[in-house]
Design a protein around this ligand. Sequence first.
Ligand code: NIG
Ligand code: FE
Length: 400
Amino acid sequence: VVSLAVINIGELTTNDPKIGRGATGRRERAGVVIDGSRVVWVGDSNAVPAADIAIDAMGAAVLPGFVDSHTHLVFAGDRSGEFESRLAGLRYDGGGILSTVDDTRAATQIELDNLARARLGEMRRQGTTTVEIKSGYGLSVDCERTLCEVARGLTDEVTFLGAHALPREYVNRRTEYVELVGTSMLDACSPLCRWADVFCDIGAFDVDESRSVLLAARAAGLGLRIHANQLADSGGIALAVELGAASVDHCTFMSTRDRDLLSGGDTVVTLLPGAEFCTQSRYPDARALIEASVPVALATDCNPGTSYVTSMPFVIALAVREMGLSVDEAVLAATLGGARALRRDDVGHLGVGARGDLSILEAPRAAHIAYRPGSNLTRCVLRGGVPVDMAPDASAREVT
Ligand code: NIG
Ligand code: FE
């Protein structure tokens, strides 16, 4: 086991109020020591205890690794044409999912693994150290199982999303498909998963269908998450609160009643501004959520249809510029917020005992993430105390 010290940190964000100022637990001229995979010491740079290796941050900002709690990384095919047509006026209605399903079914497991791994590498090099990955482009027992296997090779946070769309072969057999998702498909996938999700929205699955899938998933021991109210007010937010879901995601459309239901609870609202940006939709009222003490997270929603975005820094820049979050609120939501959405207390902060996940920026303050959109300001990333390979062709294997 090797110990590693990061010294001469100009601005350290710990998200631990016991360590520094405010909710971000901020301090200047700081140092961090990681022993093995865990943070063992945080304090002043001039008091750092001896370690096997020292990394000199040379005055740069350091922050906890990003927790991207909502992604659809495992898919094949290309939908840039659909993106272009949408810019030319076509509206997003979720219909493109089935074209990705065709391409994903036609790919081999090795191809899917390579594609997902390359996307994860992009994420890692931009500071993401924990990632949730959903299935949902197989929509058959075998193909959903394959997607879960690929995801499981990359992360512990695998989500079964068999209820993502109605596959073509079930067009006139909705009830049968919903039944399949909650029985044999769930049985095949649940051993690989920690979570289940449903797309509860207009044109996808309604509240009763979603509830039946989620109750079956819960009985199989999975935690719950819901895609809700991306396209319209679907009733999915109330369902998430009713079932005690860990997270309700998108919430582009949201009533005052929805907000009251969520207020002070522990169902996190995961905001995905990459989706609004890429589909030219209105942004959810993030300020109202924060004012109402609703816990919020930010994630990429990386998927081929609505948000082919791997960059958490870009998501933070959007949250600041388009949804009125302060930089600190956005950075908190992208780290600690994501950890809460995954009900994890070992990531999303840099308190003693946390996993040694951090990024050293090519900038003196975390605010530069929003201030300098489009530049990759990530100089170095540690994950579990181990430097992430920053080479563009590095394959990214998640150590669990
Ligand atoms: O989160 N809304 C449902 N699922 C994805 C989009 C999937 C797709 O278009 O391929 C989302 O936006
Ligand atoms: Fe999504």
